[in-house]
Design a protein around this ligand. Structure first.
Ligand code: UT7
Length: 319
């Protein structure tokens, strides 16, 4: 039986740090409001000339080095992004070219904040099916490009960054299971509601969100998702060593941790420093905890995400 193992991780954050105090100079908000409602203290923003692919490339190179891989070892490239450099080609193709990988399939996945979970799940299926041996899976975003910087209810939430993993075929797990969901009935609660094909509004779309409704849906949906993931393996609450959640809001993260019976010491939280980097948030958080030595080989890790669509999903794995 073939399994998918994570061989190496990488992350990259742009240099520019934007604090809550800095945002409070341009919109009617305060550090106290942002910290108490979201847990966010600061976020990173890409420079004017820095693109999603630039961030993805940095994270990918670190992950390749951590995995001990050459670019030529990679036979699948997937980038999860909502903020691609171009309408086409896919950011994965741009990244592939930067890395000197020529020939293997490369494509983007668009599932917003659940994008990395979707991408990792797809890579897992390619590897288990024997269609590839080593995949580069990246979550990369420049959310700052689609934020409405005059809307205090959303502009304080988002940040830019990239995270990456290299996964490879192995005889032992690895990824234990993946669980993906979506329901487009909720398309208007969290959206950037213009696109290439819809010419009725200005391009590009800016993020709008009915935050409180999204919050309530996120908590209840993630609760059910955690139950589904544990039940699929007959796991009990304490069997998971680490929760690596999508980083949108510490209150949502704490509710999921409670559902898992995990103390916050076993939850990787980066939202305070990264903000919500959408598809990049889970691999960035994962890389952070691998690099600082918290997540070790053999640990059981639950990744979960929830975002626009709505989309939601989880990956349960042994690191
Ligand atoms: O990543 C994808 C998934 N996204 C999420 O999961 C985000 C889910 N939503 C949330 O995290 C929270 O709903 C928010 C952090 C966005 C908002 O927190 P909330 O506790 O739900 O606040 P609210 O939207 O109910 O707004 C409460 C008040 C409002 O004022 P009034 O109407 O009570 O006078 C807002 O206008 O807070 C006001 N407000 C702000 N005040 C200061 C909204 N944004 C701000 C702000 N600074 N930045």
């Amino acid at each position: 039986m073939t399994y998918t193992r994570i061989l190496g991780t990488g992350g990259y954050l742009p240099d520019r740090v934007v604090t809550n105090a800095e945002l409070a100079r341009t919109v009617d908000t305060s550090d106290e409001w942002i910290v108490s409602r979201t847990g966010i203290r600061e976020r990173r923003l890409a420079g004017d000339r820095e693109t999603t692919c630039d961030l993805a490339e940095q994270a990918a190179r670190v992950a390749l080095e951590a995995a001990g891989c050459q670019a030529s070892d990679i036979d699948l490239v997937i980038v999860a992004t909502t903020t691609p450099d171009r309408v086409f080609p896919a950011t994965a193709c741009l990244l592939q070219d930067r890395l000197g990988i020529h020939g293997p399939p490369a494509f983007d996945v668009q599932a917003v904040c659940t994008g990395f979970i979707y991408a990792l799940s797809i890579a897992d299926k390619f590897i288990r099916a024997g269609s590839c041996r080593r995949a580069l899976v990246v979550g990369a975003e420049t959310m700052s490009r689609i934020v409405d910087w005059s809307d205090r209810s959303t502009c304080v939430l988002f940040g830019d960054g990239a995270g990456a993993v290299v996964v490879g075929a192995a005889d032992e797990p690895g990824i234990l299971s993946t669980h993906l969901h979506a329901d487009g009935a909720y398309k208007d609660l969290l959206t950037a509601n213009t696109g290439v094909s819809d010419v009725r509004a200005a391009w590009p779309g800016r993020i709008t969100m009915r935050g409180n409704e999204v919050f309530r849906m996120a908590v209840t949906t993630l609760d059910a998702l955690v139950g589904e993931t544990l039940a699929a393996h007959g796991l009990a609450q304490g069997d998971v060593r680490w929760l690596v959640p999508h980083q949108a809001n510490t209150r949502i993260i704490a509710a999921t941790a409670k559902r898992l019976g995990l103390p916050m010491e076993q939850v990787v939280v980066t939202v305070d420093r990264h903000g919500n980097t959408s598809g990049a948030s889970i691999p960035l958080a994962f890389d952070t905890a691998v690099r600082d030595g918290r997540i070790r080989r053999g640990d059981v890790v639950l990744m979960e995400g929830f975002g626009g669509g709505f989309t939601w999903g989880s990956v349960l794995l042994t690191f």
